[in-house]
Design a protein around this ligand. Structure first.
Ligand code: AMP
Length: 397
């Protein structure tokens, strides 16, 4: 069966078409600047690439063009839309409304639109637009929503609650939901497979370190804690996000800078993190270049990032009462040896010992970078959220 995976952002739409017989990607592409002058679709299929430049005022037009590209004379990979067995849609926020991947019907759309938009105001309306666009042009094809936060729904109450009035949690749903769940689930399952063990026997800390970063504790195959909170602003400092900060410092800063609550949240999301600390860049490649050139603020940003990540590793080993494996994934986790080394440094007391040579070696696929005498396995596992969504979609339908 062929499954289309759609990841819609507010002005972008990425897609991949999988042949699930061998889980291969047979076509992929991305639309940028939906609703903005200069919309463009860059599509790959049949071993070729084609760029379509045309006005795409909304997601429906973008999806129509994507479907056209899928059976285009030059780069097309299917003859008719009926070859697509189902569409899996990435959705960022689920609140407590969706605990697992969900087949779309009228009730599901109503809940998505009426309940979750305020929890993911930047992302969920875009996902709904992508969903409606697909439903319009592919009526009758099953649509599945796969939520970034559903893997975290197994967290116990003691892990997901904030120390606020219980009545306010009940009334407003303010609690930890987490993010990057599809990635954490995928890499923890891949780790178990790689180690030849049942996931039920493993205590894993998964470090999804990218422009957005989160760390999860996966005990027996289920998530028991994660570093992101009510929104993806919580946890470690990130590219431009502050990570956790004392709420009173937020109020203090807002007064000093003359910012209202909404502007303050924008400041914490867009101007802080390693960009704010270094004053140079949110991109770790720039930070490493800066540090190597002697920039102390770049070094500080990198030190803070590794230190905060290390603290989550330790905290989650304690929460799970043990640790069998640490997984590094996403842009930074997969590509930045110095961060991995700094996170694992001085964790011998936990049985964590990195092999520096293996850590610095170039490579691809899953890599074991633990020293021979490390009790804890340290793995680099490339994440593949699209494949994970395709698998969830297939399993559901
Ligand atoms: P992501 O959000 O997963 O795409 O990750 C983005 C982050 O990964 C950026 O900070 C990049 O600097 C970093 N990154 C991506 N590729 C590389 C690479 N080849 N070497 C070092 N850092 C990388």
């Amino acid at each position: 069966m062929k499954i289309l995976v759609v990841n819609a952002g507010s002005s972008s739409l990425k897609y991949q078409l999988f042949d699930m017989q061998n889980e291969s990607v047979i076509a992929k592409g991305a639309v940028e600047r939906i609703g903005i002058a200069g919309s463009v679709l860059k599509a790959k299929g049949n071993g070729k690439e084609k760029v379509y430049t045309q006005d795409m005022p909304d997601h429906k037009v973008a999806i129509q063009l994507v479907l056209h590209a899928l059976h285009d004379d030059e780069i097309g990979v299917i003859k008719s839309m009926s070859e697509i067995g189902a569409v899996g849609h990435r959705v960022v926020a689920s609140g407590e409304y969706f605990k697992k991947p969900t087949l779309v019907d009228d009730e599901v759309i109503k809940t998505l639109e009426e309940k979750t938009f305020e929890l993911g105001p930047l992302h969920n309306p875009a996902a709904a637009a992508g969903l409606h666009a697909c439903m319009d042009v592919m009526p009758g094809t099953p649509m599945v929503l796969v939520f970034d936060s559903s893997f975290h729904q197994t967290m116990p109450e003691k892990a997901y609650m904030f120390g606020i009035k219980y009545e306010d949690y009940k009334a407003y749903g303010v609690r930890k939901y987490g993010a990057h769940g599809t990635s954490h689930k995928y890499v923890s399952q891949e780790a178990a497979k790689y180690l030849g063990k049942d996931a039920k026997q493993l205590k894993i800390v998964t470090c999804h370190l990218g422009n957005g970063s989160s760390i999860s504790a996966v005990d027996g195959g289920v998530c028991v804690d994660t570093s992101m909170g009510f929104t993806p602003l919580d946890g470690v400092l990130m590219g431009t996000r502050s990570g956790c900060i004392d709420a009173s410092a937020v109020e203090f800063l807002a007064r000093k800078k003359g910012l209202d609550a909404a502007k303050m949240v924008t400041y914490l999301n867009k101007e802080c993190g390693v960009l704010g600390i270094s004053g140079v860049s949110s991109d770790f490649r720039d930070l490493i270049a800066g540090m190597e050139a002697g920039n102390q603020r770049c070094k500080l940003a990198l030190d803070m990032f590794a230190y905060q990540t290390k603290k989550f590793v330790g905290a989650y080993a304690a929460a799970m009462g043990g640790l069998d494996c640490i997984v590094f994934t996403a842009g930074i986790g997969e590509n930045t040896p110095t961060v991995r080394e700094d996170v694992c440094e001085n964790l011998d007391f936990l049985g964590v010992k990195i092999d520096k040579e293996a850590n610095n070696a170039k490579g691809s696929g899953i890599r074991d970078i633990s020293a021979k005498d490390s009790k804890v396995k340290i793995l680099i596992i490339p994440t593949n959220e699209e494949l994970a969504i395709a698998r969830e979609t297939l399993a559901l339908i």
